[in-house]
Design a protein around this ligand. Sequence first.
Ligand code: CU
Length: 148
Amino acid sequence: MPKNVYLIIGVVAFLIVGGFLFLRGSEVQAPGQEQTTQEQVEAPLEVVVTYTDFGFSPREVTVAKDGTATFQNQSSRDMWPASAVHPTHMAYPGSDIEKCGTAEEPRLFDACGPVAPGESWSFVFTEQGSWGYHDHLNVSNTGRIAVQ
Ligand SMILES: [Cu+2]
């Protein structure tokens, strides 16, 4: 019964695509991010993560490869976003707290110093994967960035 096989394949494909679009559509859109009119939904090139006294928000975000995440300090104290794992910060490829202060600093997923309240720090993610991070000054505050 080839017709039935095609019908089943069609229904399964419809459910997969529909479910994917539904899940993507329920994600919180970053402020200023324009809706894409393309059929293919892509990860944003820019995301904003705010840091308050309660931690990072959203705690998990997705950004496109070569996209930028900006960490805004809206808390009452200094923050220091940095790659897992504390205290070496070496989970993100190439990152290492020992490289802070060198010419490699712009490529480190590490603020390499305190970011004062009201200030922000941005980083361009060139490596695909799922990267955990924390506030080096308050290590119980953690987050995760998926780079697609
Ligand atoms: Cu740390």
